[in-house]
Design a protein around this ligand. Structure first.
Ligand code: EPU
Length: 310
């Protein structure tokens, strides 16, 4: 771990009363009292430090593809990372070190990889969202997870410093990264360690992963899988076998394609999604005795609603 200290910056990137629905793939979420969109490392550092000096927590928003934000006004400050975007690569023999700012789309890193024949991220084909979100959630698919490809992460810390973490000192679990648990820090830059390979092989491997996604409702407004897979089983299978496909609540509907996806098919609200999720949870509990936990991150949702079985 290497540490450096932070400078002061103006508040030119702060906005008030911002509708969050525009920043989530579900298209739901109330209004943020305050939203920071830092554009570089110094602005990010100052943002994190200032918010925490005022004794507030914060919520980090990347591509908004894995979050459920409540419908009302939200006091918690938001840090939107998408203004910090860009990539650069260093080549050393067959080793490629791809630096991505946290707000860069993961799909951009994949496009660059496939164009150059860089191998290491093929499993992530079709995963939406930003690189920062992907490491914070350790996004993945059956053939791999993002943490496996991370060489290092640079973060902005609560005290205003910037810290560089080696991928090896991070504990990666199922949809979990030890850096972004309860700690108040934000990813600034992620370096992936990739290998030079044949362009056709990389393209073919990505296509194989994409072909598997044909069972997922990729063109609907969703937030990916809603529930985590319980150990040794699939939430989608349990939900399907419990008769959840096609169930609705307001404008929210369980996908007919894959039962672990909830679609916003008609101006749904966060309350609709929560109500539908709790009905699904109850069905699976009644039929299989299995408890389903959210894979999605929530904000402004009371703890009892997160676990409700309605
Ligand atoms: N299944 C059903 N009915 C359904 C959905 C699935 O019977 O409605 C069955 C499938 O036939 C299969 C099994 O359940 O036998 C597993 O399904 P699938 O291959 O779709 O994988 P999954 O476990 O549901 C996981 C990840 C996905 C990732 C896929 C592909 C989780 C919660 N989900 O889904 O990740 O895309 O593997 O690798 O870990 C996400 O994280 O948002 C996500 C979509």
């Amino acid at each position: 771990m290497k540490r450096s200290s932070s400078p002061e910056m103006p508040d030119s990137f702060v906005r008030n009363n911002i509708s969050l629905a525009q920043y989530t793939t579900w298209g739901v979420g109330g209004a943020a009292g305050i939203l920071f969109s830092p554009r570089n490392r110094d602005e990010l550092s100052v943002t994190v430090k200032r918010i925490l000096e005022e004794d507030k927590g914060f919520f980090v928003l990347g591509g908004g593809s894995n979050v459920l934000i409540s419908d009302g006004d939200i006091e918690t400050p938001f840090i939107l990372t998408t203004e910090m975007s860009g990539m650069s690569a260093r080549v050393s023999g067959n080793d490629i070190f791809l630096d991505c700012l946290a707000g860069t789309r993961l799909s951009s890193a994949l496009s660059l990889s496939v164009r150059n024949g860089w191998s290491g991220l093929e499993f992530a084909a079709g995963i939406p969202g930003t690189v920062g979100g992907a490491v914070a959630c350790n996004s993945g698919a059956s053939s791999g997870y993002v943490g496996q490809a991370v060489q290092k992460i640079v973060t902005a810390e609560a005290d205003g410093s910037v810290v560089e973490w080696s991928g090896r000192e991070i504990d990666w679990g199922y949809r979990r990264c030890s850096l972004f648990g309860d700690e108040m820090r934000v990813a600034y830059k992620i370096t992936f360690a990739l290998r030079l390979s044949e362009k056709n092989d990389v393209a073919r491997a990505m296509k194989t992963v994409m072909d598997k996604r044909t069972s997922q409702p990729v063109s609907s407004r969703t937030a990916g899988c809603v529930f985590k897979n319980p150990p040794g089983d699939s939430a989608g299978r349990l939900l399907d076998a419990s008769g959840c496909k096609g169930m609705t609540a307001g404008g929210a509907r369980v996908s007919e394609a894959h039962a672990n996806f909830i679609e916003n098919y008609g101006n749904c609200t966060a309350a609709d999604i929560l109500s539908l999720a709790s009905s699904c949870r109850r069905r699976v509990r009644e039929k299989f005795g299995a408890a389903l936990d959210f894979e999605i991150r929530t904000l402004g949702i009371p703890e009892e609603a997160i676990h409700a079985q309605g």
